[in-house]
Design a protein around this ligand. Sequence first.
Ligand code: PMP
Length: 316
Amino acid sequence: MSKRDVDRRAGHIWHDGRLAPWREVQVHVLSHSLHYGSAVFEGERVYGGRVFKLSAHTERLIASAAHIGIACPFDKAALEAATCAVVAANAISDGYVRPLCWLGDEVTSLAGIRCPVHVAIAAWEWPHAFGSAALADGIRLMVSPWRRPPPQSAPHQAKAAGLYLLGMMSRRAAEARGYDDALMLDYRGLVAEATGANLFMVRGGTVVTPVADCILAGITRETVLHLARTLGYAVEEQHVTVEQLRGADEVFLTGTAYEITPVRSIGDSTYRVGAVTRALIGAFGQLVRPRHADGASRSQAQDERQAKAPASGGCG
Ligand code: PMP
């Protein structure tokens, strides 16, 4: 099926309280969010039928809506149940979930106070963001001409649709020049993040990531910080200059879609996919798809994990 057929797929989408046939979930052209970017969304990964960090993603969706002044009409429990229903209804094993909360029609009022607030949750099979070659060799980044705005100019903690315009323009500029993605600097010229992922570098054995003072502090970023500490690495959140990044030994990106993706080059600086990146990819894989050393099945291992950490996964 071509990507153009997105509105004609089989399956179900959860829409405002019920599972509806995929083709029937449509929006009107005069929807407020289509004109002004007034929507928030999430990206979640399904591993072996379970949504990784469902609780954290659901909390962030509700918080993102609040950051831009919208009250999400469904609570956390309802959204989590809806997510599980969508994953089950579409029989997703390894895939991606996209919840969206948006404002319906009333484009003549920018404030959109009287706009109905809608929520939809879709899911589809999607094994890798960049393909397996990217995991082995790393991706190539271009430095974007667009910069992340200061916190006074954008609610950076919100995964808000309107904020993705800069990312979209950056990614287009990068792809047009043959790069995989763009590195965005912030308003100060410090290293910020990629268009849909956080950045880490390894310098002299220390795992470093930029302070989250004008970027989206990703759920994967938090997981990787924890894994790095658990593996015994020194870890620092600090302001990172372009010069420091140039001198890094290893660079990688983290995000729900990207998982842990090594970076092979940024502009004319090149990096190797080193031991620290590989160790973290291994630990992350073990976390999302745990296997026992004795070779016991994934589902047994997942059941154990679920019992130990019920808040980290959901469904299945
Ligand atoms: N930064 C941006 C701009 C993103 O879109 C994402 C993806 N949500 C991330 C960082 C990584 O966040 P997470 O690990 O929660 O997916």
